[in-house]
Write a protein that binds this ligand. Structure first.
Ligand code: FPP
Length: 248
């Protein structure tokens, strides 16, 4: 049925879900309606990931910079995330989805953190898709916290500076244990990373689609995955043995 084989399915897809506000504006609706419709697109993306055999799906749900939005919109986004976990956790568990949350867990509003922890705890043993929810997440903030934890270990004599390697840095990130994304997708035609997974994006393929997030259907996802499948990834090496031209 599917044209995807284990060889061309990315292990980890990370998505910047952009364009909810524009989707709503273009229909004369309040921005909150765009976010609501966006939750439906989240459900479809998780289902599609499971069906295709993607192991990790990271979704940028709320950035550390999103606090700058009007209070009403911030509250609405918090409410949607809570409602999503309350309503969908049982279904995600049934689908064998494991939930992980990345981002700064400090300063979250009262009942958000317990729900995120419940989602992680309930699904810890699941072996299907890992749904990584980036919430109160900013890449520079994540790197700063990782550097502070390494600096503390050095200052207290638990770690020598020369023991700090790319692997130790990765292990201090919120994404510890999660492979780097193979593909970072952004919707809505914007072409930037916006402080998302900057350390982990080192060798990620980037694909930007014009559809707004609420219009990100299974078909749009599959088309992006097909495009990914046609890309050649070299990780700094060469695709095949090459002959070096020797000057005369
Ligand atoms: C960007 O659209 C989207 C967001 C800031 C939030 C994304 C959140 C959801 C889809 C809902 C909750 C998430 C989960 C995982 C249940 P925008 O508002 O920046 O759109 P615009 O650029 O058109 O204004």
């Amino acid at each position: 049925m599917s044209k995807f084989t284990a060889a061309n399915v990315p292990e980890h897809v990370a998505i910047i879900m952009d364009g909810n506000g524009r989707w709503a504006n273009s229909r004369g609706l309040p921005r909150t309606m765009g976010h609501r419709k966006g939750v439906e697109a989240v459900r479809e993306a998780v289902r599609t990931a499971g069906e295709i055999g993607i192991r990790y799906l990271t979704l940028f749900a709320f950035s550390s910079e999103n606090w700058r939005r009007p209070e009403a919109e911030v509250s609405d986004l918090m409410g949607l995330l809570k409602a999503f976990i309350r309503r969908d956790l049982a279904e995600l568990h049934t689908q064998n989805v494991r939930v992980r949350v990345i981002g700064d867990r400090k300063n979250l509003r009262g009942d958000v953190l317990p729900l995120l922890l419940e989602a992680e705890d309930t699904t810890r043993g699941n072996t299907g898709v890992t749904l990584v929810i980036a919430f109160n997440y900013g890449s520079r903030d994540e790197m700063t916290r990782a550097m502070q934890s390494l600096a503390l270990d050095v200052a207290q004599g638990r770690l020598a500076p020369e023991q700090i390697t790319s692997e130790t840095i990765s292990s201090r990130m919120d994404t510890a244990g999660i492979p780097d994304p193979d593909l970072i997708l952004r919707t809505s035609g914007e072409e930037r990373l916006s402080n998302f997974l900057l350390w982990q994006a080192a060798y990620a393929e980037l694909i930007f689609v014009s559809e707004l997030w609420p219009d990100f259907t299974r078909e749009v996802f599959l088309a992006a995955l097909e495009k990914y499948g046609r890309r050649e990834r070299r990780f700094g090496g060469l695709s095949q043995p090459q002959t070096l031209a020797v000057g005369s």
